[in-house]
Design a protein around this ligand. Structure first.
Ligand code: SF4
Ligand code: SF4
Ligand code: FES
Length: 246
């Protein structure tokens, strides 16, 4: 296979720009392999975050040819070689160095979400079909590619008012759990800003775990907010009994 040119962003918060590297391409190689080749042979100080190289730790997220992707799951033979392959850091998060961004904001958002809270007197026996719906949401590897692509965060920088699709997935996993007993409708509306989502589905398109973020998490949560927040009878019941609707 011929060499490929990787056009990799090099720099930090003070500035930087793309640098071209020629990389020999071997069969089965992924973009992360090419970055490791650059580290090993041409530029040992290239900063790249990764852990598993198996699509499971969510660390190696970057923008390859302008699309948010896991570099360890992006095969070199699927990318056009007649022009440089661009590898840039995720745009929605502050840059630390080269391809490494500061994603700590996400963990702060996560802390605002009340964890699983079983109903009083819960009977702990469950069957597979009870949890089929929420199992999809537990596949999330926290790669934050969905956060990176969402225009509310990427272009409008509403980090102070909008939690982002990853956290709607997390809330969906809690709200739809058959044994969870509290409502997070107020949190979704007031604190996590679900109303800012206009269902563009960009988040779903980039999710490496194929979670149907918009259809299965966000839309049902929006419906839940409407039910619990704007239906006065249901709202009263939630206030009285501290239970979620439906
Ligand atoms: S569907 Fe909503 S959360 Fe997903 S990218 Fe679009 S605006 Fe963001
Ligand atoms: S929902 Fe998908 S894209 Fe978003 S953080 Fe989880 S695995 Fe990544
Ligand atoms: S290195 Fe773990 S997901 Fe890519």
């Amino acid at each position: 296979m011929p060499d490929a040119t990787l056009r990799v962003f090099r720099g930090d918060r003070d500035g930087g720009g793309p640098v071209d590297y020629a990389v020999p391409v071997a069969t089965g190689m992924v973009v992360l392999d090419a970055l490791h080749y650059i580290q090993g042979h041409q530029s040992q100080d290239l900063a790249v975050r990764w852990n598993c190289k198996a699509g499971k730790c969510g660390s190696c997220s970057a923008e390859v040819n302008g699309r948010p992707r896991l570099t360890c799951k992006t095969r070199m033979d699927e990318l056009p070689k007649d022009e440089p392959i661009t590898v840039f850091p995720m745009k929605s998060f502050p840059l630390i160095k080269d391809l490494v961004t500061d994603v700590s904001w996400n963990y702060k958002v996560n802390k605002r979400i009340p964890p699983f809270t079983p109903r009083p007197g819960t009977k702990w026996k469950m069957y597979q079909n009870d949890i089929d719906r929420v199992q999809e949401f537990r596949k999330c590897i926290e790669c934050f590619l969905c956060q990176n692509v969402c225009h509310v965060l990427r272009d409008h920088e509403r980090q102070d008012q909008f939690a982002g699709p990853r956290f709607f997935v997390r809330v969906a996993g809690l709200e739809m759990h058959p044994l969870d007993g509290i409502s997070r409708a107020d949190l979704l509306k007031e604190d996590l800003g679900i109303g800012y989502c206009n269902i563009t589905k960009c988040c779903t398109e980039v999710c490496p775990e194929d979670i149907h973020i918009t259809d299965n998490a966000i839309i049902p949560l929006k419906e839940r907010v409407v039910d619990e927040y704007y239906d006065p009878l249901r709202r009263l019941l939630v206030k009285l009994f501290g239970r979620k609707a439906g």
